[in-house]
Design a protein around this ligand. Structure first.
Ligand code: TYD
Length: 214
């Protein structure tokens, strides 16, 4: 596919959204065609599924949640991501298939092979060209959530362990696939992070032969 597909991953509070926003501004300034999306979500139907998944008072089985995430991913893949890549856009997604491996797999304990099997179907086998894992410790995550006055400041130890496992999952995925994954220290300054992101994208896009000058 002609475009270039970049995904931001990481546990809550890592700063993915801020960095995606910054990256979008950098691309805009250079007149480079790009589209952003997020998961769960993206096209209308996937956003409707997102509302169900993120309803805090709705009791949901881990497996139900997984299937909903996959349904949302399929919608996003076939309606937004693949068409944009085929037209040559850079696509930037806030989370994609690895969120399910980290959260539902390492976090909730659903077998990783099963999740990857569903991921293959939900993405039609599409893998990002580049995944930035914005890494912070769970202690840092808790500090950030608290300072934002978030409702998660009463997180219990079980939930805290869930995030530790998810983080470990991300770091393992990165170690297994050093070509496509880059772990960035989320406590670095935004300026340093965006500079690194631009450098790495420049290099990877060149390798893939994507013709935009970053
Ligand atoms: P969101 O409010 O977008 O959080 P964040 O800013 O951290 O991305 O909510 C997305 C939530 O859904 C987040 O807690 C991670 C979770 N999630 C999964 O558990 N599995 C998945 O596959 C995806 C895409 C998200």
């Amino acid at each position: 596919m002609r475009g270039f597909f970049v995904v931001f991953e990481g546990i809550e509070g890592a700063g993915k959204s801020t960095l995606m926003h910054r990256l979008s501004r950098e691309l805009e300034r250079r007149g480079i065609p790009f589209k952003t999306t997020r998961e769960p979500g993206g096209p209308r139907t996937a956003e409707a599924i997102r509302e169900v998944i993120l309803q805090r008072d709705l009791p949901i089985e881990p497996m139900t949640e997984l299937f909903l995430l996959m349904a949302s991913r399929y919608e996003n893949t076939v309606k937004t991501i693949i068409p944009a890549l085929e037209e040559g856009y850079i696509v930037i997604s806030d989370r994609y298939r690895d969120s399910s491996v980290a959260y539902q797999g390492y976090g909730r304990g659903i077998p990783i092979e099963f999740i990857e099997e569903l991921n293959e179907k939900a993405t039609l086998g599409l893998k990002p060209d580049l995944v930035f894992i914005i890494d912070i410790s769970v202690e840092e995550m808790l500090r950030r959530i608290e300072s934002r006055g978030g409702e998660k400041n009463r997180m219990d130890s079980q939930e805290i362990d869930f995030y530790r496992r998810a983080r470990r999952g991300y770091l393992l995925m990165a170690r297994e696939n050093p070509d496509r994954y880059v772990v960035l220290d989320g406590t670095m300054s935004e300026e340093k992070l965006i500079a690194k992101i631009m450098d790495i994208m420049r290099q990877k896009m060149k390798e893939k032969g994507v013709g935009y000058a970053l």
